[in-house]
Design a protein around this ligand. Sequence first.
Ligand code: FAD
Length: 108
Amino acid sequence: PVDKEELGVGTWKLLHTMAAYYPDDPSALHRVQARRFFDALGLLYPCDHCAADFREDMGKTPPRVESREALSTWLCERHNEVNEKLGKKPFKCTMRALDERWLKGDSS
Ligand code: FAD
């Protein structure tokens, strides 16, 4: 069976790292594919109730794909929604803190 914690840690790592390396001025192709990527994740993420809650959250706050800063901050806020649900501490969604952790931070 899927280990929900391990899957979560690995998935957040991919997502935040992708957002950290997303272009400042993305092409139309980048934008449309980023949007599709998150839509697909909401369908395919292999934890049904996690995926359902993520879809609901994205319905209220759709992915902001217009820039690296917008996408990174949007994703940080979505992760904080999950953190709050699980009783975990929120992460400070500033570019400084996000870049420290996901652009040049450690690889753990
Ligand atoms: P994680 O929450 O996995 O975080 C990993 C690292 O990310 C942290 O060590 C920290 O350095 C950094 N971080 C923390 N918050 C932020 C942030 N806001 N922005 C940027 N970086 C941050 N689990 C459930 O039990 N129920 C659910 O409904 C659920 N839904 C999920 C939905 C999605 C889309 C994903 C990807 C995961 C979901 N999970 C869910 C898994 C859950 O979010 C955690 O991954 C898991 O509980 C392990 O938590 P953790 O405390 O080890 O660190």
